[in-house]
Structures are given as C-alpha cells and as structure tokens.
Write a protein that binds this ligand. Structure first.
Ligand SMILES: NC(=O)c1ccc[n+]([C@@H]2O[C@H](COP(=O)([O-])OP(=O)(O)OC[C@H]3O[C@@H](n4cnc5c(N)ncnc54)[C@H](O)[C@@H]3O)[C@@H](O)[C@H]2O)c1
Ligand SMILES: O=P(O)(O)OC[C@H](O)CO
Length: 357
C-alpha cells in the first residue's frame, strides 16, 4: 500500500494560516491519500509572553496573524522549518516573497527528493544580469523539486470565514492537478486547474502593484470611475508584460480567478490598497505605515514594483509600462503622488493611433 502523503505548510501568516485551516480539514476528510497531520512552519515570535507555536498548538488559533479563526487540531505548529518539512510529500509555500530565498536556503538538501511544491506566494525575485525570476523558479532551482502555483481572488480573512471564492492552480506536471485540487478545494473555495502556471503566477505578482495605484487614487480623493481606470490600465500592462516577457502565456488565463478577479478584489479590499491610501493621506513612508497598520503582516506591492522596475530599467523599457513605473517611483519618493493622475491621463493606451485598431 502506498504511504500516505504528508503535507507541510511553509509559512503561517495571514494567508498561510487561512490555507492551513482548509488543508487541515481536507486531509481529515480524505485520509486516502493524505496523512492526517499537517505540519505548519511558524517563524517563532513571542506574543503576550507566550511563544506563537505554543499558542497555536494549545489554543489552535494564530492570534497574531489570523485572530478569531479556529484552526483544526491536526495542524501542528513547528518553529524549525527543517523539522516541519522533513519527509513531506507536498510543500505549500506561503510566506512573504522577500523571505523565500532565506527559507529555501535552510531547506537546501533537506527535502524529500520526491516531494512536490505549490507556491501561494505573490512577487518576483531579482536575478543576476538585470532580470527577474518567478518565485516558483526559485523554489524549483533551490530545492530541485517541481512547483505549481495557486493564486486567486482570495483575501485571507474572508476565506478563513468561509465566504465563497475561487482560486486557480497552475501546473506544469499534469498528474499534480487532481492531487492539488483535492488538497485545496472545499465547497466555499472552488478551484480551477490550468496548465499555464507561469501566467497564473505572474498575474498574482503584478496585481499587487496595480493595487498600490488603486490606493493612491483613493488617497487622492478620486472615486470608483478613476479606480476602474487604474484597474483597466493595470490590466493592460499586466497583459503586455506577459506578451513581452512570457510569450508562451495564454491570454485566457487572465479570465481565471488569478487574473481579473484577483485584480478587482485586491484593488478594493487588500492591504496594498489600504496602505497606499494612507501613504497619500498621511505623508508617512510605506515602511512606517506597514509597521503601524499591519501588525507584522507584509506588503508585497511596493517590493514587487521595485523588482519589476529593476528589470524594466535594465532593459530600457520603463516607458512601455508607465503605470508600473510611476507606482514604483512614487513608493520610492522619486515622484510626487499628485503626478499619478498625469500618468493615467497620458497613458499610451489613450494615444492615437490606437495600437489595437
Ligand atoms: N493575506 C492575504 O490575504 C493573501 C491572500 C493570497 C495570497 N497572499 C500571498 O501569500 C503570501 C504570504 O502572505 P501572508 O498573508 O500569509 O503573510 P503575512 O503578510 O501575514 O506576513 C507575515 C508572516 O511573515 C513571517 N515573517 C516575518 N519575518 C520573517 C522572516 N524574517 N522570515 C520568514 N518569515 C517571516 C511572519 O512570521 C508571518 O508568518 C504573500 O506572497 C501574499 O501576497 C496573501
Ligand atoms: O492584501 P493584499 O493586498 O496583499 O492582497 C491579498 C490577496 O493577494 C488577494 O488575493
């Protein structure tokens, strides 16, 4: 008889904890093929005098990152990532993208060579030579295991409350589709599997930049029509980005939850939007507001804007992506936020002749 598949969640922030709830319940309901214990790596910290791992293992709540939500008792918090990942068959990577290399370094040579990974991480990694890497590429290259991606319109607090939503799993290895769908799907979290893993992941990363722009528009006092324009121009740049840098990309993937749906939800309900609005209204730095407003949660939009700009600048292509470029420059203090409206008004999408006619 084949041994049961052991699952490890690498990360335990807001989304990491919400997904551990789903996966913990799903493995209990499907003891074939899954082992009933789900190990969750927790970056240890002290919360009100107690270790966070101790709180999660005794009270079954991540009081810091997902307060008020009961985690299943079979989700076991472990402070050492090597112990958490030991012998795992499925590794779910779900941590802020700025930490992924450091965590993979700790896991180097320690993961089961037959394991598969799935990345829920939104962002890029800057590469030598002026380019960027997908986070799944970093995981594949550092751990030498295959990696899928799960992205979608999934604000963690809403998913944790079991409000209906959808997600997209992008795979490169066909057999991973049904297994991962069984692991993640519930009646309130509906999954579509597609074979365009790259676009799934690129959408998840880029929409966070657009969400920062949506927050700027909100902070400047504009209404929903303006935000819709930010979303549309952002979407056009996302599509162009895939056409230019990932020509194998399939445009129909933008219609999955990982595409337009995630863009919309993030531009209305996400953390990037919220902090960007406060940036305009308070004049404080993004870093200060992240610390002040998010209680340890991390923004992905501003670092992703930097990573994208790093590549665009190196390739002398900033002017082809003026929205992404302006958002990065505003975050860095190189452009006044009031100039954001000029960026929208003068966007090449409005120039004649219309490139699509
Ligand atoms: N929160 C959401 O609604 C949501 C939804 C979908 C996808 N995502 C994506 O999931 C990924 C993880 O997001 P999240 O919301 O779970 O995290 P989060 O924003 O809650 O980040 C906090 C986590 O980072 C950990 N951390 C802090 N310092 C660290 C360090 N030096 N090294 C390693 N870990 C450290 C903390 O312990 C905590 O677990 C991100 O890429 C995010 O874009 C988030
Ligand atoms: O809160 P944000 O802005 O990090 O966005 C959360 C998720 O990515 C939405 O799917």
């Amino acid at each position: 008889m084949a041994s049961k598949k052991k699952v490890c969640v690498v990360g335990s922030g807001n989304w990491g904890s919400a997904i551990a709830k789903i996966v913990g319940n799903n493995v209990l309901a499907q003891t074939d093929p899954f082992d009933t214990e789900v190990r969750m790596w927790v970056f240890e910290e002290t919360v009100e005098g107690r270790k966070l791992t101790e709180i999660i293992n005794n009270d079954h709540v991540n009081v810091k990152y997902l307060p008020g939500i009961q985690l299943p008792k079979n989700v076991v918090a472990i402070p050492d990532v090597k112990d958490a990942a030991e012998n795992a068959d499925i590794l779910i990577f779900v941590l802020p993208h700025q930490f992924v290399r450091g965590v993979c370094k700790q896991l180097d040579g320690k993961v089961n060579p037959g394991a598969i990974a799935v990345s829920l991480i939104k962002g890029f990694d800057v590469a030598d030579g002026g380019g960027i890497l997908l986070i799944s590429d970093v995981i594949r290259e550092m751990l030498k295991i295959p990696c899928a991606a799960l992205m979608g319109a999934n604000i963690a607090n809403e998913v944790a409350k079991e409000n209906y939503c959808e997600a997209t799993i992008g795979i490169k290895v066909k057999e991973h589709g049904p297994l991962l769908k069984d692991l993640f799907q519930t009646d309130y979290f509906r999954i579509v599997v597609c074979d365009d893993e790259t676009t799934v992941e690129v959408c998840g990363a880029l929409k966070n930049i657009v969400a920062v722009g949506a927050g700027f528009a909100d902070g400047l006092g504009y209404g929903d029509n303006t935000k819709a324009a930010v979303i549309r121009l952002g979407l056009m740049e996302m599509i162009k980005f895939c056409e230019v840098f990932y020509p194998e990309s399939n445009q129909s993937t933008f219609l999955e939850s990982c595409g337009v749906a995630d863009l919309v939800t993030t531009c209305y309900g996400g953390r990037n939007r919220k902090v960007a609005e406060a940036f305009v209204k308070t004049g404080k730095s993004i870093e200060a507001l992240e610390a002040e407003m998010l209680n340890g949660q991390k923004l992905q939009g501003p670092p992703t804007a930097y990573e994208v700009n790093y590549m665009l600048k190196n390739k002398k292509m900033e002017d082809r992506f003026p929205l992404f470029t302006a958002i990065h420059n505003i975050c860095k203090g190189n452009l006044e936020v009031q100039k954001f409206m000029d960026c929208l008004k003068n966007h090449p999408e409005h120039m004649s002749p219309n490139p699509r006619l």
